[in-house]
Design a protein around this ligand. Structure first.
Ligand SMILES: *Cc1c(COP(=O)(O)O)cnc(C)c1O
Length: 456
């Protein structure tokens, strides 16, 4: 058998990407106030800002688009998608939403109240924001290994069961349900083992609490289980996925991830108990329950995409891609969060710019350097994103300075990855000449999206 793992698809429709010169990029970045969020996407060569809704749909999905039934109520496309989702999840209630955070908002508003507390391995930022907006405390309880970037562990997304049990014993009356995020996005796209999910579900059950899963990357998680967890070596992805869903009482999903579509999300629930409240909230904010903020064609594309996302050849190629970039970084002496996750690689900027003070935002500086050197766009996960300027003008900083490179699905080929690896290695070589930044204008919250910077 040849050892080369290939992209398990061929290309039917192409979208040109534009080469720019270093001089042009310098000017474009200046105009963007040294903030890559403000660049026009057309000026980016390799866009690894996010894997959310940015992937390529298949010819089967584009074919399904034409079959979309745009009826307001009871569309055929809804029932088709419902069949697919029931088969995968085994849950009786399926409610489409326009994306993941809408699923969170609808569910949480219907079943949480002020003063509640929700445990999770790590809440994704929209999940945390939706809970906190309702006055609910969002508690992250990932295992300690999950917080050490250089430490290799097969399931760094696992939840710390002892700390969950302690919470259930001491604050049980505040907990409406437990959550778990697969894969753990905030922690680097790290997987959760089946054993951990099973034990967590049993623990919650002992205390009479439902388990809600945030399943944005359930297929990638299942592939990690197949590759790393004893007893699953020869299981099919679908059977692993079904075994996982059987542990849950309900789920929220952003279909922009493993749903392989550009927009969409959903809620599934096992019992009738919360359905009336959820349905009423949905009608208020998303739309009638058989379309939930989506067009019929979106539902069709998702019905196909969910199946394609579980294809083993695709998943093997997907996870291998991140691993491959990790190997190239290792050769270049660039540090990153280990092991590589499912959808992204997180560069440890302090290994590239060890001399740069954190006050000059090394991860932000590295992000800018990657764009200037080769037109590659990543996202800073460091002190611009998580630090804060206090009223007295002093700053708080984040413990890590990371640059996330997140990979759209089925979009970039191996040569794109080789090119990006070369760009990163070149930046590492010229690290001494990379300039840090200061923030000249910033909003009070979520400053990374809109802040303006200048070179120090
Ligand atoms: C993307 C994401 C969400 C939110 O979904 P959107 O479609 O972006 O609203 C929630 N949880 C996780 C883990 C995610 O990755």
């Amino acid at each position: 058998m040849p050892k080369t793992l290939i992209e398990p698809f061929r290309i039917k429709s192409v979208e040109p990407i534009r080469m720019t010169t270093r001089g042009e990029r310098e000017q474009l970045l200046e105009e963007a106030r040294l903030n890559v969020f403000k660049l026009h996407a057309a000026d980016v060569l390799i866009d690894w800002l996010t894997d959310s809704g940015t992937g390529a749909m298949s010819s089967r999905q584009w074919g399904a688009i034409m079959e979309g039934d745009e009826s307001y109520a009871g569309a055929r496309s809804f029932y088709r998608l419902e069949r697919v989702i029931r088969e995968i999840t085994g849950m009786s209630h399926f409610i489409p939403t326009h994306q993941g955070r809408a699923a969170e908002k609808v569910l949480f508003t219907a079943v949480c109240k002020k003063g509640d507390l929700v445990p999770n391995n790590s809440h994704f930022d929209t999940t945390r924001a939706n809970l906190e907006y309702l006055g609910v405390e969002a508690v992250d309880l990932v295992i300690p290994e999950g917080l050490q970037p250089a430490l290799v562990h097969p399931f760094k997304g696992n939840i710390d069961l002892a700390r969950v049990e302690h919470l259930l014993q001491t604050q049980g009356d505040r907990i409406p349900f437990g959550m778990i995020t697969v894969t753990n996005n905030t922690g680097g796209g790290q997987p959760v083992s089946m054993a951990n999910m099973r034990a967590y579900a049993a623990l919650l059950k002992k205390y009479g609490k439902p388990l809600i899963m945030d399943v944005c990357r359930f297929s990638e998680n299942a592939m990690f289980i197949k590759m790393r967890e004893a007893g699953y070596e020869s299981a099919s992805i679908k059977s692993i996925v079904q075994e996982m869903f059987a542990l849950a009482d309900g789920c929220t999903m952003s279909a922009k991830k493993d749903g392989m579509v550009n927009i969409g999300g959903f809620i599934v629930l096992r019992s009738d108990e919360w359905m009336d409240a959820v349905r009423n909230m949905l009608i208020l904010t998303e739309g009638f329950p058989t379309y939930g903020g989506l067009a019929g064609r979106d539902l069709e594309a998702l019905a196909v995409g969910l199946e394609e996302g579980m294809d083993e050849d695709y998943l093997r190629y997907r996870l291998r891609t991140a691993e491959y970039l990790g190997e190239r970084l290792e050769q270049a002496g660039v540090g990153f969060v280990r092991p590589t996750g499912g959808h992204a690689v997180y560069i440890d900027a302090k290994t590239v710019l060890p001399q740069m003070p954190v006050a000059h935002y090394p991860a932000w500086a590295l992000c800018n350097a990657l764009y200037l050197q080769g037109g590659v766009r990543g996202v800073e996960i460091g002190s611009v994103m998580f630090g804060r300027r206090l009223d007295d003008g002093t700053e708080t900083y984040h413990s890590m300075e990371l640059v996330r490179l997140a990979f759209p699905r089925r979009m970039y080929t191996q040569s794109h990855f080789d090119y990006a690896a070369e760009v990163i290695a070149e930046v590492k070589q010229m690290a001494a000449g990379i300039r840090g930044v200061r923030i000249t204008k910033q909003p009070r919250v979520l400053r990374h999206f809109t802040c303006e910077c200048a070179w120090v």
